[in-house]
Write a protein that binds this ligand. Structure first.
Ligand code: ADP
Ligand code: MG
Length: 329
């Protein structure tokens, strides 16, 4: 009896439900999301993707600093006033963000958000902010002033006017959570790609690893390398998507929280590691640290690799990445 069942199972797996990759693209968290899941029918694929979309919308409602009803906005509104009780998931996310701030000596800082008042990347800026304004803007920045109370599960921003935002970590976090949910549902393989912050699991239906394209930051239509990824995340941060230009100088959307000035010297950073959340945060951090310090830092971390492309279009890779077939044309 048992043998027969095994044979039946084998037959089903060979001839029965053949697995295919199903895709969907849509806008979530203000960004493009591409979902790919391996499933046995369009209907099943759609249903998997829909549950991932629901999960990401839930996260957006929690962490968006644009949505006045989110817990994050509640924290911001109560800056300098009182601690705010939040969901465990948000509390833990902030706790992890603070760890990365410590690790990067403040290059990464979710309280960068109060600087949004002077650096705007929506076309409304007409000139570079004054030195005075920049100096003032960093006064409210500082992860040391984000106070977590584990017991009461509260978050308190010590200074009035302080603000937190998850622009540099939220999409990675969402990709990880969507992946975790789908894995729990038994989805054997997939990719969640949040505008270049992606996480993968399993293999393609043909048994091969998923392939991820690394693009040339100077020409986004040109892929300069394809890399296989297995059960891990790849995140790219570039200076070419959100920036302002004055007198031919490009000011990017990643800002050094310690000076208030946009990071310079790097065109793009790609990070490879287990989770998209960590990769997302580290990609932003490396921008701020600069290529030398950034590379040194990555080489000291276990299980994290990077590709940096600097302003002169030179490709720099961490110790354990070999891109010998690469040509940056
Ligand atoms: P993208 O994926 O859009 O390139 P990143 O992951 O590089 O974005 O994050 C950039 C965003 O993070 C900015 O638009 C801003 O919201 C926020 N940010 C900017 N500078 C910092 C910083 N030093 N630390 C944390 N967040 C930052
Ligand atoms: Mg990031």
């Amino acid at each position: 009896m048992k043998n027969r069942l095994v044979i039946l199972a084998l037959l089903v797996s060979v001839f029965g439900y053949s697995q295919e990759t199903y895709n969907k693209t849509l806008k979530l968290m203000g960004s493009r999301f591409d979902f790919s899941v391996v499933a046995s029918s369009q209907k099943q694929g759609d249903s998997f993707i829909n549950s991932a979309i629901t999960e990401i919308s839930r996260i957006e409602n929690l962490i968006s600093s644009w949505d006045p009803n989110s817990q994050t906005s509640l924290i911001n509104r109560n800056a300098g006033i009182k601690p705010v009780k939040v969901d465990k998931a948000l509390f833990n996310l902030i706790e992890r963000a603070l760890k990365i701030s410590k690790l990067t000596k403040g290059a990464f800082d979710i309280s960068y958000a109060s600087m949004d008042k002077i650096w705007k990347f929506d076309g409304t800026m007409t000139d570079i902010p004054s030195k005075e304004a920049i100096k003032n803007s960093v006064k409210k920045v500082g992860y040391q002033n984000i106070i977590l109370d584990e017991q009461n599960q509260t978050v308190y921003l010590k200074l009035e006017g302080m603000k937190i935002g998850f622009g540099a970590i939220g999409k990675g976090y969402a990709a990880d959570k969507a992946k975790a949910l789908l894995m729990k549902k038994g989805v054997s393989a997939g990719i969640i790609n949040a505008s270049g912050d992606l996480n993968t699991w399993g293999k393609q239906p043909n048994g091969k690893d998923w392939m991820v394209a690394i693009v040339n930051p100077l020409n986004k239509n040109k892929v300069f390398s394809w890399l296989p990824v297995y059960n891990s995340a790849v995140v790219t941060s570039g200076n070419y998507e959100k920036y302002v230009k004055f007198n031919d100088v490009l000011y990017t959307h990643i800002i050094d929280p310690r000076t208030g000035y946009p990071a310079t010297g790097i065109l793009s950073v790609t990070i490879f590691t287990k989770t998209a959340e960590l990769a997302d945060a580290l990609a932003t951090s490396i921008f701020v640290m600069g290529k030398d310090t950034g590379l040194d830092f990555i080489n000291q971390l276990n299980g994290v690799e990077c590709i940096i492309i600097d302003n002169d279009n030179v490709i720099i890779t961490s110790n354990n990445i070999e891109l010998n077939t690469l040509k940056n044309d």
